[in-house]
Write a protein that binds this ligand. Structure first.
Ligand code: AAO
Length: 512
């Protein structure tokens, strides 16, 4: 009896680390700034049939409307209330999206902005996406409601009231991040307002949360808030399911606040992942892909089952947040596909694919002065629909990296090899590498400037496999490169260094 009880407790305790995705679905996609109506359509027409596990959506709560600069993407990280209305849609559209996505087995993860409200200099008025009145000067947010009692002002000891020194953990947690009014999460009243908001979302059917700016809240305050959360809606989740939690903690090392301080609450975003992988694939500082043989915790990454990993995110693809110049994005398409392909093939972490919008970058002295630009929108500020072209790509300046066939097919690869060990590593001591996932999948990269021509042990059953990077299996033939695995598991791989995508991936569901 005692053992069973112990197993139950351990099981429940581990729950917030589990993504709650459907069976055989192992990645989520961040549909950054998408409208709820478009997310619902994408769940039904693309994400469900292509094995995606879920969608991270932009903050759904009421945010400030900023006109200078004109409606920047980051206005959505300045809450005015927890009402469900934003440029992505209203509560009805939100509910419809969650229901329709859940009904086809695709989960919704909400970007929860709980550390702060709007900027201190935002003035007063009703310039907010639900028209709620607020006064940033007096810290009045009647639509929640919050008053000046609910903010950290007296606790912050920095001269400006803002975070001035990331080496001071008291500033990092008790002062304003870039002058955003800092909520006092040690107050049960504040924790309850936030939990109420999150519970409304849970009862509607969401599967978990990205905790924005988690680094700027004391871990125990975050935990006290999360402890108030309901179990997931049993219409779509088994009884007792807990919301998946992944906390945005930027920790590239060298600061007193670290990701591991937040492990008790859930997973953390591992920013070292994209920063280091970008350096390797760009071959900066003498880094080579052959060094990836021990990729994972040996590279000073957090434990795999505490990591939410990604190549780029909405911040660092435009110079915000962390990672710097090594971060690969859709602007560097060929290298980017290699990085995303590697991430999806390697067993480390829970994977999130970025899906962006295009904006007119304008570099002045190395900085993109248009990094603030919001999503494709009409003159009235409404966000443009996501249009789908005949070749399955997106129009209206939506990049839809998740629809690029190389990335789409590697999401399936990850599903097929799920649970299989990292195996059969090979490298040429330079930038040509290969590795398998048990007897289910195998991948080969050529990031050198010369030909790759090698026969390798794949660990796969004999047969003819379709390369899912250059094409895929269609009916009983391959649309592009074929790989022939012999009875002993050996196969010949040829990859010229000027190939459109210099990597080949095969798996047992793409076998003729
Ligand atoms: C906007 C304006 C501000 C204005 C404010 C209020 O830009 O000028 O004062 O409104 O009116 C987003 C935008 C912000 C925007 C904000 C609110 O990025 O520009 O401010 O909305 O509209 C820190 C946080 C991290 C945060 C990141 C951007 O720790 O949580 O800054 N990300 C999240 C969201 C983000 C959002 C917010 C938080 C706010 O993803 O979209 O902001 O809700 C070091 C620290 C990091 C720190 C970075 C940047 O990191 O360790 O913790 O992130 O600096 O300040 C490398 C990097 C360095 C990096 C470091 C790591 O060298 O260069 O950035 O190493 O060791």
């Amino acid at each position: 009896m005692r053992l069973r009880f112990l197993v139950l407790v351990v099981g429940l305790c581990g729950a917030q680390f589990k993504p709650n995705t459907g069976p055989g679905r192992t990645s989520i996609v961040h549909l950054f700034e998408w409208r709820w109506a478009d997310v619902a359509l994408e769940c039904e027409r693309f994400l469900a049939p292509h094995g995606f596990g879920g969608v991270q959506i932009s903050p759904p709560n009421e945010n400030i409307i900023i006109t200078n600069p004109w409606q920047p993407w980051w206005e959505r990280y300045q809450p005015i209330s927890y009402k469900l209305c934003s440029r992505s849609g209203n509560e009805t559209e939100f509910r419809d999206m969650v229901t329709r996505c859940n009904n086809v087995g695709v989960r919704i993860y909400v970007d929860a902005v709980m550390n702060h409200m709007c900027g201190a200099n935002a003035g007063a008025g009703t310039h907010a996406t639900c028209g709620s009145y607020f006064n940033a000067e007096t810290e009045d947010f009647p639509a929640v409601s919050y008053s000046s009692l609910d903010f950290n002002d007296r606790k912050c000891k920095s001269p400006s009231g803002n975070i001035e020194n990331y080496q001071d953990i008291y500033q990092v947690r008790n002062c304003r991040l870039v002058s955003l009014l800092d909520l006092a999460l040690e107050r049960d009243y504040v924790r309850s307002r936030i939990a109420e908001y999150m519970n409304r979302l849970i009862d509607i059917g969401v599967a978990g949360f990205r905790i924005d700016a988690a680094k700027h809240m004391w871990p125990e305050d975050v935990k006290a808030t999360l402890d108030k959360l309901h179990n997931l809606n049993t219409t779509w989740f088994s009884p007792g399911s807990k919301p998946f939690i992944y906390q945005e903690v930027i920790d590239l090392g060298g600061e007193p606040v670290t990701g591991s301080q937040y492990f008790g609450n859930g997973r953390v975003t591992e920013f070292k992942y994209g920063a280091k992988l970008g350096t390797v694939i760009r071959k900066w500082n003498g880094k080579k892909m052959s060094y990836l043989k021990n990729w994972g915790e040996d590279w000073d990454l957090v434990p795999s089952d505490r990591a939410l990993v990604f190549v780029d995110n909405h911040d660092n693809q435009r110079g915000h947040g962390a990672g710097g110049a090594s971060i690969l994005t859709f602007w560097d398409a060929r290298l980017y596909k290699m990085a995303v392909g590697f991430m999806l093939a390697h067993p480390y972490g829970f994977t999130r694919v970025m899906s962006s919008f295009r904006w007119p970058r304008n570099f002045q002295n190395g900085t993109d002065i248009n990094d603030w630009m919001g999503p494709p929108s009409h003159p009235d500020g409404s966000i443009k629909n996501v249009t789908i072209n005949s070749d399955d790509t997106c129009g209206n300046d939506w990049v839809c990296e998740h629809r690029w066939h190389q990335i789409r097919n590697m999401v399936v690869f990850r599903n097929v090899v799920d649970g299989q060990p990292f195996s059969n590593w090979w490298d040429n001591h330079s930038n040509q590498i290969a590795f398998g996932r048990g007897n289910k999948g195998f991948i080969v990269f050529n990031n050198d400037d010369w030909y790759l021509n090698v026969t390798l042990q794949t660990g796969l059953p004999a047969g003819t496999y379709c390369d899912v990077v250059s094409g895929q299996k269609k009916g009983d033939s391959c649309t592009a490169t074929e790989v022939h695995v012999a009875a002993d598991g050996m196969a010949l791989f040829l990859i010229s260094s000027d190939r459109e995508d210099p990597f080949i991936a095969i798996h047992v569901d793409a076998k003729l």
